[in-house]
Write a protein that binds this ligand. Structure first.
Ligand code: BMA
Length: 332
């Protein structure tokens, strides 16, 4: 954790050190780490990438790629250190399949990857965008080459989903964000087989009025399992006269009952500041969909879409985030 102090020593012996907010996430110096210019085929933008560490230690990003029809597909990029020298698939890795899945007519977006030990496969939850609006689909893969599509598991309007890595009380659990008249809140649903879903419970509500997360909340990367509970990084949206601001907040949920909120921070912990985050196709968006954990078990490499235009990375410490939540969080 870094506390920034104003380097100005002040005048007349009056210290002018200004203590600002704690910094939990540190931008990678070479940001943005991936842009459309890196792609081996023509694309408009690359952003909102799911992430995972493969068994051999390679970082795999499953990137949302928008082409010049305006529709998105997913494309894998691999790197040894998770920062540079990306090897990008020479063609779309996971294109939309509207013939068999009409819910994907307008593309596939914003994947979140979970390794499911029980299945020996990765579960990719993604937004399927079709005439009914955005819904949540699931696909399973061993190698990010061959995919088994489970189809639409949450009907529109729903997105920002990720599977938990293990069953809770014998059931798979999916975190997602339906939009209903009551608002855009984060929910959890359960399934015995990844096909039929029920037991729906609201996990985290969008606050109202002037709050930074007043207008919408949605899961960002998949939940992070810690000894203190499931750590959630979520995006909060605030509408203002200039548009929407997408920033990141943190919350903690009970390990055995993830619908139970233990702590929620009042303040956002990361938001658009750098030029590549404040200016792009959609200004003022930081939108993480994936993370990897370094071998120390604590360092979080967070991958986020910036301004719906490029992919950037920031590092944080799980221990410091939990410590921050202990000091600043409450049940709200
Ligand atoms: C959300 C999602 C994201 C996008 C963000 C900002 O609703 O659709 O894919 O990055 O809006 O435009």
């Amino acid at each position: 954790m870094t506390v920034h102090r104003d380097p100005d020593p002040g005048t007349a012996g009056v210290p002018s050190a200004v203590i600002t907010y704690e910094t939990l996430f540190h931008r990678t110096e070479t940001n943005p780490i991936l842009t459309a210019a890196d792609w081996p085929y023509p694309v408009h933008t690359v952003f909102n990438a799911g992430a995972t560490l493969l068994r051999d230690g390679t970082t795999l990003l499953l990137c949302r790629v928008e082409d010049r029809t305006g529709r998105s597909h997913l494309c894998a990029a691999r790197s040894n250190d998770g920062v540079r020298d990306w090897i990008i698939d020479p063609h779309p890795t996971f294109p939309a399949d509207p013939e068999n899945h009409p819910e994907e007519l307008w593309g596939v977006e914003d994947p979140r990857i979970t390794w499911v030990e029980e299945l020996g496969r990765y579960a990719v939850a993604y937004t399927a965008f079709g005439k009914g609006g955005p819904g949540v689909s699931l696909a399973l893969t061993e190698d990010f080459i061959h995919f088994e599509r489970c189809g639409l598991v949450m009907q529109p309007d729903d997105k920002d989903a990720a599977l938990l890595p293990r069953r809770i009380d014998g059931m798979y659990a999916l975190v997602h964000r339906p939009i209903a008249e009551g608002g855009a809140h984060i929910w959890i649903s359960y399934s015995p087989d990844l096909r039929s879903w029920g037991g729906h419970r609201m996990m985290l509500h969008a606050r109202r009025g002037g709050w930074w997360d007043a207008n919408k909340v949605g899961l960002s990367p998949p939940l992070i399992e810690t000894t203190h509970g499931w750590l959630m990084l979520y995006h909060g949206v605030r509408y203002n006269p200039a548009g929407s601001l997408y920033r990141l907040g943190v919350a903690l949920f009970d390990l055995e009952n993830p619908a139970e909120l233990l702590l929620r921070g009042d303040e956002w912990v990361f938001g658009p500041e750098a030029a590549y985050e404040t200016h792009g196709d959609v200004n003022n968006v930081t939108f993480p969909c994936g993370y990897t954990v370094a071998p120390d078990g604590d360092t979080l490499n967070l991958y986020y879409g910036a301004a719906d235009t490029c992919i950037a990375m920031a590092t944080g410490s799980i221990r410091e985030i939990l410590d921050w939540l202990d000091r600043h969080g409450r049940i709200s």
